[in-house]
Design a protein around this ligand. Structure first.
Ligand code: ADE
Length: 225
């Protein structure tokens, strides 16, 4: 998979992909992640990328030309399965969206700043808009990092133990059951006996029950979906 990200703060995206699983995925050639500095496409001597809003109102808007020029340049090099805009005024990211995106070949992600991008960019180029939650960040970079992390770990071969991605929270619209490791007892707190029983069908049943119970308590909305 190839992921291109357009950003006015490319430095923010240097570190998140340079660790553990995502770094290894890039080394193995399973994913290539490229960050493009929008400022390079800015207009005039000052490399302008934003301007005041038509109709008045506080906050700057990211201009159409620099973004359009940047997208056109990238599109001349490859065609994209999705062009995604990270923005709080969109559908919220979930595991199902991450699953779908992990099967794509080429993804382009546009990150916004200030009041966001000129609506005409969204109308013309964007095929999917994604929010990572009902709160506003200072820019879309951290949101893009969240999206890329969630997607890349699902690419076949990225996580060694395939089973581990399949039993994640949300994979069946259920939260994960509790997990334990050694020691079996710590300061009087014991690991549930069933997990030490060696009875794997029973352990599976227990985990399913716990996952359901947790979901019912913490995220009952997931059970309605
Ligand atoms: N940009 C600013 N806030 C955001 C959010 N919650 N999700 C995606 N992009 C954003």
């Amino acid at each position: 998979m190839r992921i291109d990200i357009i950003s006015v703060a490319p430095d923010l995206l240097k570190s998140p992909f340079n660790h553990s699983i995502i770094k290894r995925a890039q080394k193995k050639g399973l994913v290539e992640i490229m960050v493009h500095d929008l400022r390079k496409y800015g207009l005039g001597n000052y490399k302008q990328i934003d301007d005041t809003q038509f109709g008045g109102g506080a906050g700057m808007v990211m201009m159409i030309e620099p973004i359009s020029n940047c997208i056109k340049k990238l599109q001349s090099e490859r065609s994209y399965d999705e062009i995604i805009y990270m923005t709080p005024d969109a559908k919220t990211l979930n595991q199902s969206i991450a699953n779908t995106l992990s099967l794509k070949e080429n993804i382009l992600i546009l990150t916004g700043h200030y009041k966001g991008v000129d609506q005409r960019i969204r109308d013309k180029y964007i095929t999917k808009e994604i929010s990572i939650g009902d709160y506003v960040l200072t820019g879309g970079e951290l949101a893009a990092a969240v999206l890329v992390d969630a997607v890349v770990r699902l690419i076949p071969g990225v996580i060694g133990d395939e089973q581990s991605a399949l039993t994640d929270s949300f994979q069946d619209n259920l939260l994960s059951p509790p997990v334990y490791t050694r020691p079996a007892e710590f300061e009087g707190m014991k690991v549930p006996a069933i997990l030490l029983s060696g009875n794997f069908p029973k352990i599976d049943d227990w985990r399913s029950e716990q996952a359901y119970k947790r979901t019912e308590e913490i995220r009952p909305d997931l059970l309605d979906e």
